[in-house]
Design a protein around this ligand. Structure first.
Ligand code: UT7
Length: 364
């Protein structure tokens, strides 16, 4: 049977950097709290969010500023300058350049995001338009922070069956437009941020070491209410009420401690499952590429399984939690820094809303 491999990767994060100190100017938080609880020092956001945060920091009455913002937008403008598909496009360009390909060489695009450009269609359609593609099939997944592992597993199946040869897999997020930058929203808004990562998946040659080995995916819907955003879905009725949702309902909700505990448990389970399925030992893995949700979650997994820190590189300090984008951003950055060599064994694992979680094992 054909095997698939990742041929090229790309990433994009917006230029604007939001430090913990800037957040402390707009809400009751501190660099110390954010750093100790999550390991995050700064994150990247779209220009719209950055402009909002700097205006909010300077506003004498922050509640009044937020109310005006929700009613009229930034400087009277409703609508973002940069969306999920824009970030995905920029990451795609880098991956395409690395692969020496053009958009027309792609047989399929699988994009995964929590935050789509629109309610419908999915951001993959918006991206296809930006890439100038008029008949290449696309689909959009919403599997939360675990999305990239899910999407990668699907690309693998399409290549194994021979249906497609070149699949673009993307995790892209503009999460900063979802959260409220206030005392009410501080539990989540300090953690999440914007970014995109891309991978181009192609068939591996028979004699080369590179290739995807297996994927292990899970969902536990019973814990859905521990991390979710319900305000603009079909559960909201009548439709007109969506425009008048009070701010408390409009914000996503998270039971941080419950998510933390589940994440550590599920990461450990799925790592073991993945290794057992391949009859491999933990110390055979050269690199663990974990979803960047919280440095403490990664440390807890590494400590309990005995993974040395140099095998579990992290970049959450710089980018925060970029949800579906975090694993491909980490993969691209780790590769760019020359840490991964041809033939190295890599284990990718992610966990998030749903709860959805999964792992992929591959030889680079
Ligand atoms: O991709 C998966 C997505 N989600 C996650 O991975 C989240 C997993 N959970 C976590 O990362 C952690 O639970 C958090 C970082 C969210 C919170 O850390 P924690 O150690 O579990 O803190 P906590 O929720 O127990 O809250 C401690 C206190 C509370 O105050 P009181 O009730 O003790 O007075 C919060 O109100 O910290 C308060 N708090 C904050 N204080 C300053 C919550 N958010 C903030 C904030 N700044 N931004």
């Amino acid at each position: 049977m054909r095997r698939a491999k990742i041929l090229a990767t790309g990433m994009y994060v917006p230029d604007d950097v939001v430090t913990n100190d800037l957040l402390a100017q707009v809400m009751d938080t501190s660099d110390e709290w954010i750093t100790q609880r999550s390991g995050i020092k700064e994150r990247r956001v779209i220009p719209d969010t950055y402009r909002m945060l700097t205006q909010l920091a300077a506003a004498p009455d922050k509640e009044a500023y937020l109310q005006t913002l929700y009613d009229t937008g930034i400087d009277g403008r409703i609508g973002a300058q940069m969306s999920t598909a824009d970030l995905a496009f920029n990451a795609t360009q880098i991956a395409l350049r690395q692969a020496n390909m053009k958009p027309q060489d792609l047989d399929l695009i699988i994009q995964t995001s929590v935050m789509s450009d629109y309610v419908f269609p999915g951001s993959a359609c918006v991206l296809a338009d930006k890439l100038g593609l008029t008949s290449t099939p696309t689909f959009s997944l919403n599997q939360g922070c675990a999305g990239f592992v899910y999407a990668l597993s699907m690309a693998d199946q399409y290549i194994k069956t021979g249906m497609y040869d070149t699949v673009l897999v993307l995790g892209a997020e503009v999460l900063s437009s979802l959260f409220e930058y206030s005392d009410r929203g501080r539990d989540m808004s300090v953690l999440f941020a914007d970014g995109a990562g891309a991978a181009i998946v192609v068939p591996a040659e028979d004699d080369e070491p590179s290739g995807l080995l297996s994927h292990h995916l899970h969902t536990d819907g019973t814990l859905l209410d521990k991390l979710y955003a319900d305000s603009f879905g079909s559960s909201t009725f009548p439709p007109a009420a969506k425009a008048r949702i009070d701010t408390d309902r409009a914000r996503p909700r998270m039971a941080g401690r419950a998510v933390f505990a589940q994440a550590v448990r599920r990461f450990r389970e799925v790592i073991r499952e993945c290794l057992e399925a391949n009859k491999m030992q933990l110390d055979e893995v050269d690199h663990f590429l974990f979803h960047q949700a919280n440095q403490r979650i990664i440390d807890a997994i590494a400590d309990s399984l005995g993974i040395p820190s140099e095998k579990a590189y992290t970049n959450i300090r710089k980018y925060g939690n970029t949800s579906a984008a975090s694993v491909p951003i980490l993969l691209h950055e780790t590769l760019q820094e020359g840490r991964i060599q041809r033939g190295d064994l890599c284990l990718l694992a992610a966990f998030g809303t749903g709860f959805n979680w999964g792992a992929s094992l591959l030889y680079w």
